[in-house]
Ligand binder design. Structure first.
Ligand code: HEC
Ligand code: HEC
Ligand code: HEC
Ligand code: HEC
Length: 457
């Protein structure tokens, strides 16, 4: 992962098929299935719409579809999301769970496609499109015809059902439905699905936005009164809503695996998946964690977002930082006692994370603040909490995102930031493999990044 990925424009063969398809179905003049209809990706295609070969559009790039289906990079991952269900790994997961073919299993389609109810499928809807334009931008039946009108406005589109993805909160909630889990029954990767072979789910809103980015925040974008949140703000809001989502789902009735165990998905994976040994020289690998009062031998709740929020709150919401810290610790401690208390503490922490999200969304982040948050992420009290893989991965993604934000906001010179890249790459290498992860190595790599970042001031 990382932002270095170039996004070459290829895939012309698949594009040609879509064009052909679009032309055929235009001739067939599909009946609209109403304002909530999912019209399918082919409805967005066409050289006057979103599948130009290059980004030559006046208002928007108009080659969004080409980026979405780019076969050579992660930018095209969403167009492949249905297809991976039909491939060996996808089928093996579903077979292990007794679900039948993965591409027909509701438990997989909820995140790997746009499973609209049959009555809401427009004429060009295809499940095999995978995660579609409408999976993120919303069902287009209410706005597909009107959003290209000369007098169309962003607010008008949103009123007709387009999702306001420019708003970091709305975007975070949309992505998290699949990149963590949603409230519906078919948007959740239980630990059973993980144990059947599903990859781990890691997410950071701003980095992942940039990896599949197909828009420019330019004068035209701003003239349409769209929110242009900086990378640091998007990151901070994303952290707050990710924690809020985890806690809300954790406390939701019926989110249990059944049996006597809680749903393991919410807990730190490595805490259970460590090596054991009878060798007299063996020493337990789990390190004490100052931010997490959890008795030794117990699985801690995955605290990756809590750690990031702790770094951000001290700078960007100082009035709320102490309460957030206290609620985090109380939640960890409550998990060592009883379920009712844990749910109460989860609810309190969910409230303070929501409040942090509101505070971050409502303020601007200057150069000094972004550098201070970055310093908090990389060193001091916060860095001592990188004892486990998930939190450490978040730290590396945060460093990448915050540096990129400083460059994008012209608060740090691009060449200066590029000099930090080798240190950052070393940190990425330290979290490449969860099984060979060594916290001390990661912390050393982050300390080098921290030193280089201090050189920027
Ligand atoms: C909560 C949403 C969600 C559900 C439900 C879900 N997945 Fe996934 N799946 C994802 C995400 C997100 C990724 C990408 C993870 C990453 O790389 O960050 C993924 C990745 C995968 C991959 C790897 C794809 C690749 O490019 O290598 C396979 C295979 C897969 N899922 C199969 C399944 C199957 C089979 C099911 C049903 C049993 C399922 N998924 C259910 C969200 C989900
Ligand atoms: C994974 C979610 C996702 C998918 C899938 C997706 N988009 Fe986007 N799209 C975004 C985000 C996030 C933005 C940036 C925020 C914004 O301006 O709305 C964006 C921006 C855009 C913009 C620029 C808007 C502007 O005002 O400048 C267009 C046009 C667009 N997308 C079209 C498409 C089309 C067409 C597809 C399908 C081929 C698609 N998108 C698929 C998330 C997605
Ligand atoms: C409907 C579910 C869904 C939504 C909504 C969604 N994604 Fe995804 N996303 C997936 C799945 C499933 C994959 C894995 C596909 C694969 O690897 O084949 C994925 C993969 C990705 C990848 C590639 C990751 C990798 O490691 O290969 C990025 C980047 C990404 N999503 C960003 C976003 C962003 C940003 C948003 C919100 C604007 C978003 N996604 C919304 C389901 C979704
Ligand atoms: C509370 C302890 C616990 C936590 C936390 C936990 N697991 Fe597990 N995991 C287990 C148990 C128990 C099994 C079943 C082992 C068996 O069947 O032999 C298992 C099995 C697995 C397997 C299958 C291993 C194999 O080789 O068969 C995978 C993969 C897995 N877990 C992934 C994860 C991921 C990813 C997470 C974090 C999101 C996670 N686990 C969190 C206890 C845990």
């Amino acid at each position: 992962m990382g932002r270095g990925n170039a996004i070459p424009v290829t895939g012309l063969f698949r594009l040609a098929i879509l064009w052909l398809f679009a032309a055929v179905s235009l001739a067939a003049a599909p009946a609209l299935a109403g304002p909530n209809a999912h019209e399918g990706v082919a409805s967005c295609a066409g050289s006057t719409c979103h599948s130009r070969p290059a980004a030559t559009g006046v208002a928007v790039r108009q080659n969004e579809l080409i980026t979405w289906q780019d076969p050579s990079s992660v930018a095209g991952a969403h167009s492949r999301a249905w297809r991976v269900l039909t491939e060996a790994r996808g089928e093996a997961i579903a077979a292990r769970l007794g679900l039948g073919p993965a591409e027909k299993a509701a438990a997989c389609l909820g995140c790997h496609a746009d499973p609209a109810p049959v009555a809401l499928r427009g004429a060009r809807f295809q499940m095999s499109d995978g995660v579609t334009c409408e999976s993120c931008h919303g069902a287009s039946g209410g706005w597909i015809a009107s959003h290209t009108a000369v007098d169309a406005t962003h607010a008008g589109n949103v009123a007709r059902g387009m999702v306001a993805l420019d708003d970091p909160k709305a975007r975070a909630n949309r992505c998290l439905d699949c990149h963590f889990g949603g409230a519906g029954p078919d948007q959740f990767v239980t630990h059973q699905i993980m144990a059947a072979g599903h990859p781990r789910i890691a997410f950071e809103l701003d980095l992942f936005t940039s990896l599949q980015r197909h828009h420019d925040v330019d004068a035209d974008y701003l003239s349409r009164h769209k929110t242009a949140a900086s990378g640091v703000k998007t990151w901070a809001v994303g952290q707050a809503l990710a924690l809020n989502r985890a806690l809300t789902l954790y406390s939701a009735p019926g989110r249990d695996t059944g049996g006597v165990f809680p749903e393991f998905y919410f807990f730190d994976c490595q805490s259970c998946h460590r090596q054991i040994s009878d060798d007299p020289k063996f020493r337990p690998a789990a390190e004490p964690n100052p931010g997490r009062p959890v008795p030794v031998g117990m699985a801690p709740f995955n605290d990756e977002n809590m750690i990031m929020l702790s770094a951000a709150a001290k700078v960007a919401a100082p009035g709320q930082a102490a309460r957030f810290e206290a609620d985090s610790r109380a939640f960890h401690a409550a998990l060592g006692k009883d379920r009712a208390g844990a749910f109460r503490a989860a609810s309190a922490l969910a409230g303070s994370s929501r409040a942090l999200g509101d505070a971050f969304a409502g303020r601007a982040f200057g150069r000094a603040e972004t550098l201070a948050i970055l310093d908090n992420v990389l060193s001091g009290e916060v860095a001592r909490r990188y004892t486990d893989y998930a939190g450490s991965t978040q730290a590396v993604m945060a460093a990448d995102t915050l540096l990129s934000s400083l460059v994008a906001e012209r608060q740090v010179d691009r060449a200066q930031a590029a000099r930090i890249r080798p240190d950052l790459d070393r940190a990425y290498r330290a979290v490449r493999d969860p099984n060979s992860f060594r916290p001390a190595e990661l912390r050393a790599a982050l300390a080098e990044v921290a030193q280089a970042v201090r050189g920027l001031k």
